[in-house]
Write a protein that binds this ligand. Structure first.
Ligand code: G1P
Length: 293
C-alpha cells in the first residue's frame, strides 16, 4: 500500500545552550534569520512538501513556539484598525488554514531518538518526516525545498530517506555518518550508519543533516534503543537497527545547508538571506561592500 507523507515531526525540546544567553528564555528555534524564525522556515518547507500536520515535540521554555503559530487576535485587530494590511497578511499567513499543529511535551531530554518516539501515538502507522529547524536549507532558485525533493524519492522507492551532504573529514564527529553503496542510476543505499564517529573510525564523510523521511517501523526500533553517544537515545542507532530489516536511502539534496545551531552558521545564513531579501538585499549589499573595502 502506498502512503503519502502528511505528518512532520519537529523536535524542538533542546536547550540551545550554544546560544546562551539569547536562548535562556527564548527557544533557539525562534531565533530569526532576517525577519522569520527558524521554525517558520522549517514549517514552510514541510508545507510546500504537502505535510499539513505539524507535530512539535516541545519542552520547557518553548511556549513561544505555539504562540507563534496561534492566531493572534489582538495583534490582528490592531493591524486591521491601523490599515496595516500587508503586515496583517504576513501574520495571518504563518499558519495556512489547511495546516494543523499538534504539541507534545518531551518530559525528559533523552535525545533525538526519544523525541521522535514521543510522536508515535500521533504518527501511528504512516511514514513521516522529521525536520531539525536549526539545519536551514535553501534550495537553488526554482527548485523545490529539501523535504519536497525527499518526498519524490520516497514516492519512487517507498523506503526511508535521509538527507546527507559531504562534510570535511575533521567534522564527522559532529554528525550521523553513513556508508553507502551506489546503484547504476546513482541511488545511494545506506549500508551503515554511526553517530558522531571519531574521524579515524570511518572512511566516510557523508553526514546526515536534519531531514529524514522514516517508515513507521522506526518506532519498534526506537523503543528498544539503548542510550548511546552522549548518554542519549540516538535516532541514528534506531536507523542502524532499521537497516537490518529495510532499505534506507541516503539522498544528497540540491541546496545549501546552514548549520544554524552554531554561531558561525547562523551568521552565514543571516548574511546570505539578507543579501537575497527582496526589500533589503541591495542596501545590505552596498553596506557590506563599504564595510569591507
Ligand atoms: C543530530 C543527529 C545527527 C545529525 C545531526 C544533523 O545531531 O543526532 O545524527 O547528523 O542532528 O544536524 P545534533 O546536531 O542534534 O547533535
Amino acid at each position: 500500500m502506498k502512503y503519502k507523507i502528511h505528518k512532520v515531526v519537529f523536535p524542538v525540546a533542546g536547550l540551545g545552550t550554544r546560544f546562551l544567553p539569547a536562548t535562556k528564555a527564548n527557544p533557539k528555534e525562534m531565533l530569526p534569520i532576517v525577519d522569520k524564525p527558524l521554525i517558520q522556515y522549517a514549517a514552510e518547507e514541510a508545507e510546500a512538501a504537502g505535510m499539513m500536520n505539524l507535530v512539535f515535540i516541545t519542552g520547557r521554555n518553548k511556549r513561544a513556539i505555539p504562540d507563534h503559530f496561534d492566531k493572534a487576535y489582538e495583534l490582528e485587530s490592531e493591524l486591521r484598525a491601523n490599515g496595516k494590511l500587508k503586515l496583517l497578511e504576513l501574520v495571518r499567513e504563518i499558519l495556512p488554514p489547511n495546516v494543523s499543529c499538534i504539541y507534545l511535551r518531551q518530559v525528559e531530554a533523552l535525545g533525538l531518538g526519544h523525541a521522535v518516539l514521543c510522536a508515535r501515538s500521533v504518527i501511528e502507522d504512516e511514514p513521516f518526516a522529521v525536520s531539525l529547524a536549526d539545519d536551514l536549507i535553501r534550495p537553488p532558485l526554482n527548485t523545490p525545498g529539501c523535504l519536497e525533493q525527499m518526498v519524490k524519492i520516497y514516492e519512487r522507492f517507498q523506503c526511508s530517506v535521509l538527507a546527507v551532504e559531504r562534510v570535511p573529514k575533521h567534522e564527522v564527529n559532529r554528525y550521523g555518518i553513513v556508508e553507502t553503496r551506489s546503484d547504476q542510476d546513482g541511488t545511494q543505499w545506506v549500508t551503515s550508519i554511526v553517530e558522531k564517529p571519531h574521524p579515524d573510525a570511518t572512511q566516510s564523510n557523508l553526514a546526515v543533516v536534519g531531514r529524514y523521511i522514516l517508515t513507521p517501523a522506526i518506532f519498534d526500533k526506537l523503543i528498544v534503543t539503548k542510550r548511546g553517544t552522549g548518554g542519549e537515545i540516538q535516532l541514528t542507532d534506531a536507523i542502524f537497527a532499521l537497516l537490518q530489516d529495510e532499505p534506507v536511502i541516503a539522498y544528497q539534496f540540491d541546496g545549501k545547508r546552514y548549520d544554524c545551531g552554531s554561531k558561525l552558521g547562523y551568521l552565514q545564513a543571516t548574511v546570505e538571506y539578507a543579501l537575497a531579501h527582496k526589500d533589503l538585499g541591495n542596501d545590505f549589499a552596498a553596506y557590506l561592500k563599504n564595510l569591507i573595502l
